[in-house]
Ligand binder design. Structure first.
Ligand code: CTP
Length: 146
């Protein structure tokens, strides 16, 4: 395969297998994978809550994956075009929860929406753990604190 740079974006908080699958599939679409990890401040604006893991931790986790060649901090949703161009991305990959929302970038790269892994999300995990009764149990805290 000739050189093909793929770029994708996400929060990747409380890293789970759905995140891994989308990264694996994105990596298969090219020869180099760049991941924009969204900044804590961007998440506050977007989701109205701070991520469980800080941007430095999320960058470290995603950046350590063998499929990922480079990570960077996504500071603003409005900078997508700039990021795509500055990393020389040939393909933009997004989960199909974003279907159609990034078609405006088809003038500068290929845009691919991948189906989400069913039945798992960071939000569902947080709710499951919070509802499990584990948090607050004596001795349970260290396992969950960073
Ligand atoms: N993703 C996926 N399958 C899942 C969950 C996420 O393919 N089950 C993909 C998203 O489509 C996106 C990337 O993983 O391309 C990062 O998603 P992110 O929003 O960080 O993860 P979610 O688990 O969806 O987080 P939240 O519940 O906070 O929305």
């Amino acid at each position: 395969m000739h050189n093909r740079t793929v770029i994708t974006f996400g929060t990747f908080d409380v890293f789970h297998v759905g995140h891994l699958r989308v990264i694996e599939r994105a990596a298969h679409l090219g020869t180099r994978l760049i991941v924009g990890v969204s900044a804590d401040a961007l998440n506050m604006r977007k989701k109205n809550r701070a991520p469980v893991f800080s941007q430095a931790e999320r960058l470290a986790i995603v950046g350590s994956l063998k499929q990922v060649d480079e990570v960077f901090l996504e500071e603003s949703l409005e900078l997508k075009r700039h990021y795509i161009l500055s990393y020389g991305a040939d393909v933009l990959v997004m989960g199909d929860d974003w279907e159609g929302r990034f078609d405006e970038f088809r003038d500068i790269c290929e845009v691919v929406y991948l189906p989400r892994t069913p039945a798992i999300s960071t939000t569902a995990l947080i709710e499951k753990i919070a509802g499990s009764g584990l948090i607050g149990m004596p001795g349970a805290e260290p396992a969950l604190s960073a």
